[in-house]
Design a protein. Structure first.
Length: 295
């Protein structure tokens, strides 16, 4: 019993010692912190007195402060002007006018071709994807291989929808707008020549007319480029068919170098029968007015 009492007394003595130690340490830290803050304050006051006493340093500080305030003010003014301008010109529905599509919306062969065209002609894949989709859609209605339509775009404009030739051919498929202005009436007028989809649809109409008039694909292409009455076409037909052959190979899953030449070759000329869909004779197909190409 006496041992237990002694242990309790020892515990109480230890607790009192710890409490005293902690209290002393706390008071010491508080004293140090107060002294540190006091030293900082004194240092700040001394610095201010020193700066105020030096006209050159005071002038430098004032100039630096003024420049900082002026820069901040100009930045706020610029941001405010940009916000006002953006509010004035913003058009949330503007994206609806963009000719673009995601690769995931295309079939496997279409996506492969879109990526290849994008890299070969250094154009964005989204608008190319939309053009590939359109080529497949209108190609089916016009009984033309979509790669032929895309090949013409490649040779005519390198996929530049704003291209214009010296004689006035305009847009992706370099349609002579002043000659075929009537075809653009359904799209709102001749300025639709610079709308990619409108230009492609009118271009296909013109191409179908040329093929029907000439009786064959090669002669139709000569009509299309305006070389029907000339001795030669400058290699145009051969380049279109060669480019089509490359595109057809890409769509079929074959590896084709991005810098592959589209110079005329026997392979390209032999590709002519596949320019129209199987079983379709361009000379005997319906005229453009009989197929729904414009919509």
């Amino acid at each position: 019993m006496q041992v237990i009492v002694m242990l309790r007394q020892a515990q109480r003595a230890t607790a009192r010692s710890v409490a005293v130690f902690v209290g002393d340490v706390g008071r010491g830290l508080l004293e140090v912190s107060h002294n540190t803050l006091a030293l900082v304050g004194l240092a700040a006051i001394a610095s201010a007195v020193f700066v105020l006493g030096r006209a050159d340093i005071r002038g430098q500080v004032e100039v630096a402060a003024f420049q900082w305030l002026q820069t901040r003010h100009e930045a706020r003014e610029l941001a405010s002007a940009e916000n006002r301008m953006l509010a004035e010109v913003a058009e949330p529905d503007g994206v609806a006018r963009a000719t673009a599509a995601e690769l995931k919306e295309l079939t496997k062969e279409q996506a492969k071709l879109a990526v290849w065209i994008s890299r070969r002609y250094k154009v964005a894949p989204e608008p190319v994807s939309a053009l590939v989709q359109e080529a497949w859609s209108i190609g089916q209605r016009a009984a033309l291989d979509p790669t032929l339509i895309l090949a013409i775009m490649a040779i005519e404009s390198s996929f530049n929808p704003f291209a214009q030739s010296a004689v006035g051919a305009q847009g992706l498929m370099q349609v002579m707008t002043r000659v075929h202005d009537d075809k653009y009436e359904s799209f709102g007028g001749k300025h639709a020549a610079f709308d990619p989809i409108s230009n492609v649809r009118v271009g296909v109409l013109v191409l179908k007319e040329c093929i029907t008039r000439a009786g064959s694909l090669q002669e139709g292409l000569r009509y299309y480029v305006g070389a029907a009455l000339l001795e030669g076409d400058g290699g145009y037909v051969g380049r279109v068919l060669a480019e089509q052959s490359l595109m057809r190979s890409v769509a079929d899953g074959k590896t084709v170098p991005l810098n592959a030449a589209n110079s005329p070759s026997n392979t390209a000329r032999e590709h002519e029968p596949s320019a129209s869909q199987p079983g379709a004779d361009p000379a005997k197909t319906e005229t453009p007015d009989q197929v729904a190409l414009l919509r």
